[in-house]
Each structure stands twice: as structure tokens, then as C-alpha cells.
Design a protein around this ligand. Structure first.
Ligand SMILES: [Zn+2]
Length: 500
């Protein structure tokens, strides 16, 4: 708890609360705008500030808690980039814990909390040197801007000698959500360095203006992090790791598969019809619920063949129906040979339980052609990299989306800087690789974790039940006694085929 003392303005006699009178060097009276400097007998008027440009959003004396620290607002100032029309606002906060002055700067509705670093913490020996970036605590801070700043307006108590007449040189480096700001007097060798942290306006709102609404921020601030939930670089690295995990899981899964031809039979299409379907010999599907690849081979040219296939479980009587077909045409036109279609076609049937089965095949063919034969072949429990590749591609698409989104965000950020080449997300990573730290950071990426859980669960469940994600042949299942709709039979799809 910070206690205040009262203080009476020697000029206008207004009573003010002062929180640290012992260390106050300059006090600016909110009422009469007098600048009061410390003198032998307390405070004496040494000048007057100009009129303010804005109305402070928080009044002096307001208390609030940000990230577990209690603060009291003890001063407000409006600062100007010297020689320009850029102004920003800076609140001086007194930290309850140690009474240290912390600065809350605001520009365009964006807030940065800046704490002065102990002397020597930052190598400010040669601040005039044109650093392009500055490495601090294993993070690369990119040079953001160099400018001169002066005070335009101020009220409240200041524990340093505020110079309203003299501009200060400023040098800023950013590594979102942090920044390093250095301030130094013209020609000085030593700078005062501040470590800044971007604070989302909602946190500031909650701390200092509960029950009321602060204006929403505009544009992108120098130290504004790209997203609260996604670090694009970690997302990229994490996605690559996840793809490797998908692949490993798929390899392990594939090694446990039968992947055998369990059925192969050819027949003359003319001998069978809708009234007289072909019933195959039985075959056994072993191991566990899985998938099968059914291949149809066409014997003949310039024709098509199609079959409605019922896969009948001999134990339960359950049927799985699907349609499979193929066509092939070839000829010579104006001396040039052409061909289209395929003699064989594959279909992937998912989620079939193990057991003994037979086929009931109802063929259909081009009525104009004769002597057409077809062959059906079944590979049971097929090994496939489909699920791992499919999920990797989806993840890649998401990662590319994040990259583009991040790039556009960084373009907005660096478009405001005097050193405007766009940095990619990797600049937010440690300068010296620290894999333990990286791994720890990746496991804190919430969105990535959600994706990891959902995708790995999809992969395992799909593999377990013989599904190929988004690539299963559409089938219909029938239980014994169930009335079959007439959809598959009547619809035997001539519509799929076209003739040259
Ligand atoms: Zn006054």
C-alpha cells in the first residue's frame, strides 16, 4: 500500500496528494500548470507547461494491478517526437513493492510497460554506434527507431529533473513482446536503458479503468506480439515435429497389416445379369477391422463395365454395397492413335470387420459390345501412408496460412519503422539454439497442442478402424432383415461414363 502525503501548490494553493515527496525533484500542478522545482525551502515555481493535447485516460492517484504488481499512477506526460507531429502519452507508475517508477506509454491505444534497467545491465557504452540489432538475454532485438523526444506537457510528481526545454535522444530495439528503449542527452556517452513489455489494452483497462472501456488499439505497435496463442516460428517447428510423428505412427501401423490378395476371380459379363447375379467363392478377412482395396479389370476395348458389389458377411449376414466400374476406349483419328480411360480401376473400401465373406456381383456393360469379361481382385488390410500424408498436408496448409498471416502482420509493424525491412518470425527465437527451451516453449503453444491431440487421435482412430481420411469409397451397409432401398441397383451409374 502506497501512502500519500498532501502537498499545497505554492502558486494556486491547490492541495495535491504526493506519494514520494522526499524523492520528488519536479512537481507540475494539475490546476495551474506550474512547474515546481525543488528548492531550499521546499518547492518553487520555475515555469509553466503548455496546454495539454489530450485528456488523460486515468487520473493521478489511480491504483491498479498488472500481472500481479500493484501500481499507483503518480504522473502523466505528453511527449513529442522532436521536429514532428508525433505525440505519445506516458504515465509514471509507482510500483507498490519497491516504490520504483515504471513507465506506461500509450500510442494509438497500444500500451508498453517500461522498467529502467540497472546501470551496466545493457551495454550502452557506445550508444552512438549504429547497431542494427542488439542481443540481450539471448534474444535478438531489432533496431526500430532513432529519434529525439521532448516533453510537451506533464502533471504530477517526477523523481528526476524533467527538462522541458531539452530534447533527449532515443534509440529503440524490439523483440516482441519486448523492447529496449535507450534515452540519452545529446553528446552523452551513457544512456538510460528501459526494458519494455507490451501489455494488451484489455489488461490495462482491467487494471486502471474497470467498468469503463478504453479505446481499441489502432494498427500494429512496435512490440506487439503477433498473437497471444500462436508463435509462428514455434508453430512451424512444432508442425514439422508433428509430421514426423504422423509418419512414425503410420510406419508402425503399416508393419502390423496383412496386405494380402485374398480374392481374385474373373468372369464373363454376358453370363450374368440383374436377374442372375454372380455369387463368388467365399474368402476370409483376417486380423482386425480394416480396409480393403478392390480392383476391377476390364477385358476388352471400346467398352465399359460396371458392377454393383454386395460384400456379404457369412456369419452375420451383414452386407456392404458399393459400385465399381471402368472403361477403356482407343482408336486412330486422322492418323493419330488415341486412348482414354483405364483397363483397371481401384476402390478403397473402409471399415470392414474380419470374418468370412462372399461377393454378390451384379454386372452391367455396354450393350453394344460382346464378349466382355471382368476380373475382381481384393487386397485385404492394405498398408497405406495416406492418413499420415493427408494430415501432414492439412497441417502444412495451416502452417502456410499462419506464415502468410504473420508476414502481413510484420509488414504492418515494420512499415511504421524507420528500418523497414520485414523480419520473419525466426527473429523471435533465441540467438543461441537451446533445444530444451524450444521444446518447453513448443509445449506451451496451446493451438498447436490442440491440433496435435486432434490430429494424432484422428490418425490412430482411422488407422485402427481401417479408414482413409476423406478417401473412402462410399458404401451402404445392410443388416439382415432390413429393407434395402432401391438406390444402388437402379442407380448403377451410367452417368459416370461417357463415350467418345
Ligand atoms: Zn498550482
Amino acid at each position: 500500500m502506497i501512502l500519500s502525503q498532501t502537498f499545497i501548490c505554492p502558486k494556486c494553493n491547490t492541495q495535491h496528494n504526493v506519494y514520494d515527496i522526499r524523492n520528488t525533484m519536479v512537481y507540475v500542478c494539475e490546476n495551474c500548470k506550474s512547474i515546481l522545482g525543488r528548492s531550499v525551502n521546499g518547492f518553487a515555481r520555475i515555469g509553466k507547461v503548455k496546454d495539454p493535447l489530450y485528456k488523460p485516460l486515468f487520473s493521478l492517484g489511480t491504483k491498479g494491478t498488472i500481472r500481479g504488481q500493484e501500481y499507483t499512477i503518480v504522473a502523466y506526460s505528453e511527449r513529442q517526437e522532436y521536429g514532428t507531429d508525433y505525440y505519445w502519452v506516458e504515465y509514471v507508475l509507482m510500483r507498490g513493492e519497491d516504490r520504483k517508477r515504471i513507465f506506461l506509454s500509450e500510442f494509438g491505444g497500444h500500451y508498453t510497460l517500461l522498467e529502467e534497467l540497472p546501470a551496466g545491465e545493457i551495454d550502452t557504452v557506445d550508444v552512438s554506434k549504429a547497431y542494427q540489432n542488439y542481443v540481450y538475454q539471448n534474444k535478438r532485438f531489432d533496431k526500430w527507431s532513432v529519434y529525439s523526444a521532448k516533453y510537451h506537457y506533464a502533471i504530477g510528481e517526477f523523481n528526476w529533473d524533467v527538462r522541458f526545454d531539452k530534447p533527449m535522444k532515443c534509440l529503440e530495439f524490439v523483440a516482441p513482446p519486448h523492447m529496449i528503449a535507450m534515452e540519452y542527452a545529446e553528446n552523452a556517452r551513457e544512456a538510460t536503458a528501459f526494458y519494455g513489455t507490451y501489455i494488451p489494452y484489455k489488461e490495462v483497462n482491467k487494471a486502471f479503468l474497470p467498468g469503463d472501456k478504453l479505446p481499441s488499439p489502432v494498427g500494429v505497435a512496435p512490440a506487439q506480439p503477433f498473437s497471444k496463442y500462436i508463435n509462428p516460428w514455434l508453430f512451424l517447428v512444432g508442425s514439422a515435429i508433428l509430421c514426423a510423428v504422423f509418419l512414425i505412427l503410420q510406419i508402425v501401423d503399416n508393419q502390423q497389416r496383412v496386405n494380402n490378395i485374398v480374392f481374385s476371380e474373373g468372369f464373363n459379363v454376358e453370363s450374368f445379369s440383374q436377374q442372375k447375379p454372380f455369387v463368388s467363392r467365399p474368402f476370409t478377412l483376417e486380423n482386425k477391422t480394416s480396409n480393403m482395396e478392390v480392383e476391377i479389370y476390364l477385358g476388352g476395348d471400346n467398352t465399359w463395365v460396371e458392377a454393383e458389389v454386395d460384400l456379404v458377411n457369412e456369419t452375420t449376414g451383414e452386407e456392404t454395397s458399393f459400385v465399381i466400374g471402368t472403361e477403356h476406349y482407343s482408336g486412330v483419328d486422322e492418323g493419330e492413335a488415341w486412348s482414354e480411360g483405364h483397363y483397371r480401376q481401384k476402390e478403397f473400401i473402409c471399415n470392414i470387420e474380419p470374418g468370412t465373406y462372399h461377393f454378390v456381383v451384379t454386372p452391367n456393360k455396354d450393350q453394344a459390345s460382346f464378349g466382355t469379361t471382368m476380373r475382381l481382385e481384393v487386397i485385404w488390410d492394405v498398408t497405406s501412408y495416406w492418413n499420415a500424408i493427408f494430415l501432414s498436408l492439412v497441417l502444412l496448409a495451416i502452417a502456410i496460412g499462419v506464415y502468410i498471416w504473420n508476414h502481413s502482420f510484420e509488414s504492418k509493424r515494420w512499415g511504421n519503422s524507420g528500418f523497414g525491412h520485414i523480419r520473419d518470425a525466426s527473429t523471435q527465437m533465441p540467438v543461441k539454439a537451446d533445444y530444451g527451451y524450444l521444446l518447453k516453449k513448443i509445449t506451451n503453444e496451446r493451438i498447436l497442442l490442440v491440433i496435435a491431440v486432434v490430429f494424432i487421435a484422428s490418425l490412430m482412430l482411422s488407422n485402427c478402424n481401417g479408414y482413409r481420411i476423406c478417401a473412402c469409397k462410399s458404401t451402404e451397409k445392410w443388416k439382415p432383415g432390413q429393407t434395402r432401398g432401391n438406390t444402388p441397383r437402379s442407380g448403377v451409374g451410367r452417368a459416370y461414363f461417357h463415350h467418345k
